[in-house]
Design a protein around this ligand. Structure first.
Ligand SMILES: [Zn+2]
Length: 425
């Protein structure tokens, strides 16, 4: 294991730099190979993150912008894309104007700020500082405004490329272990159409008539599904043991699906079936839980009473997460892995990686204990994307990385969406 020490400028907040280094260290490309830590003795540092001169042969100096790693976050900083071609690979950094250089490495000086770039993406900085009144109907930063969407970067795991480039500064011939894994998950918002309100059902019916390929057949399928009272758990047949079922139980917002007694009976039979098959269950906190400790607590207690187990995995309903408010409350409630970071309308890498990373706790200004497991593909997002394409169900992103044998791709299906799709086809 190679140990690399980073010397950093006094202005930089060590907790933020350590946060970035921790996430680099847990990345599968680094695990058991290389370990980074912050140092304050210049003479033993392998990489300088400061204005100081390079004084040893094995040292690199990184051009430091460090706006995000200062004690005060500069909310007015406008981050631009800084692209540098290195060894045939386009590397994507964030930057403010002054750091723009076409060459990445000259005389052991790196003209791009890797730590800043990684902090920007992992901490979800832009979503935290985005004006609340400009959020969309799901109370989220509009996806079109996100850095990775604006610059069309979300088709590739650009963060993984950066980390590999960084490791190779110190181990030039390093090859990451190629492991490809699909992590299937299901969000259970409701288990049958009869759990929806009349208005919601009319809306779906009309949309089948308008958008469906064969409206009459679709309409008929819809009524068949509506009046079929048996719950169909056959979707579990396509499930592997590394998957997770996230269950919504509670919530009174118009985006939630308030549960009847019958719904809870269905949830219990789903839980029993999951137990039989050894499938893990997580909580799918309802829409308004993003800001409410009490609401998440109530829902976790209700579900863990039904599963008779401690719940440690979570995904917010509608991916409604507020990085400043939700992370601290998930942390307090013992959630260890959250899988809410993904797109509602796009397919791809929102954080530039499929690998897990620790969230930043913006409230306490420190690393959180919650691991973020990015969501890469979701059926409903694919539905939106396919409206823009002719090829309706093409899963490009996943296929590409399957060929490369790279990534831990988390995908999400809504079983009820499958029957909805049957109505549209
Ligand atoms: Zn949901």
């Amino acid at each position: 294991m190679k140990e690399i020490l980073i010397y950093y400028d006094k202005e930089i907040e060590q907790t933020k730099l350590d946060y970035v280094l921790t996430n680099i260290n847990i990345h599968p490309f680094c695990k058991d190979t290389i370990h980074f830590s912050s140092a304050n003795k210049i003479e033993i540092a392998d990489l300088l993150y400061s204005k100081d001169a390079i004084n040893q042969e094995h040292q690199f100096k990184m051009f430091a912008l460090k706006k995000l790693l200062l004690k005060e976050i500069d909310t007015s900083a406008i981050f631009e894309l800084h692209q540098v071609l290195d060894g045939g690979k386009m590397l994507n950094f964030v930057s403010v104007n002054e750091s723009k250089k076409d060459t990445l490495l000259i005389d052991k000086i790196i003209y791009a700020d890797l730590f800043e770039t990684l902090f920007f993406h992992w901490s979800r900085y832009e979503e935290v500082v985005f004006p609340k009144h400009q959020r969309n109907e799901w109370d989220l930063m509009p996806e079109e405004d996100l850095f990775v969407v604006k610059h069309d970067l979300y088709h590739q795991p650009f963060l993984d490329d950066l980390i590999l480039w960084f490791v190779r500064l110190f181990i030039p011939d390093h090859q990451p272990k190629h492991i490809f894994e699909i992590i299937p998950t299901f969000d259970i918002d409701y288990l049958h159409f009869d759990e929806l309100s009349v208005v919601e059902n009319i809306r779906i019916f009309l949309s089948i008539l308008v958008k469906g390929n064969r409206p009459l057949k679709g309409g008929l399928e819809f009524f068949k599904a509506l009046f079929n009272n048996k719950i169909d758990l056959s979707f579990l047949d396509h499930f592997s043991s590394n998957g997770i079922i996230y269950i919504l139980c509670g919530g009174k917002h118009k985006f939630d699906f308030p549960k009847s007694k019958k719904s809870y009976e269905r949830i219990v039979s789903l839980i029993n079936e999951c137990h039989l098959r050894g499938i893990e269950i997580g909580i799918h906190p309802s829409f308004e839980t993003a800001y409410s400790f009490e609401k998440v607590k109530t829902e976790i207690e209700l579900l863990s009473e039904m599963t008779k187990s401690k719940l440690t995995k979570s995904r917010q309903h509608f991916l409604h997460i507020d990085y400043k408010d939700t992370i601290p409350l998930l942390e307090r409630l013992g959630i260890e892995i959250d899988s809410s970071t993904g797109f509602n309308l796009h397919v791809g890498f929102k954080v530039g990686t499929s690998y897990a990373f620790y969230y930043w706790n913006w409230e306490a200004n420190r690393i959180s204990s919650v691991l973020g497991k990015p969501l890469v593909w979701m059926d409903s997002a694919q539905w939106y994307e396919s409206k823009k394409q002719i090829n309706r169900y093409k899963i490009d992103t996943i296929k590409y990385y399957q060929e490369q044998q790279l990534g831990e791709i988390c995908i999400n299906n809504h079983p009820i969406f499958q029957s909805k799709l049957a109505c549209y086809e």
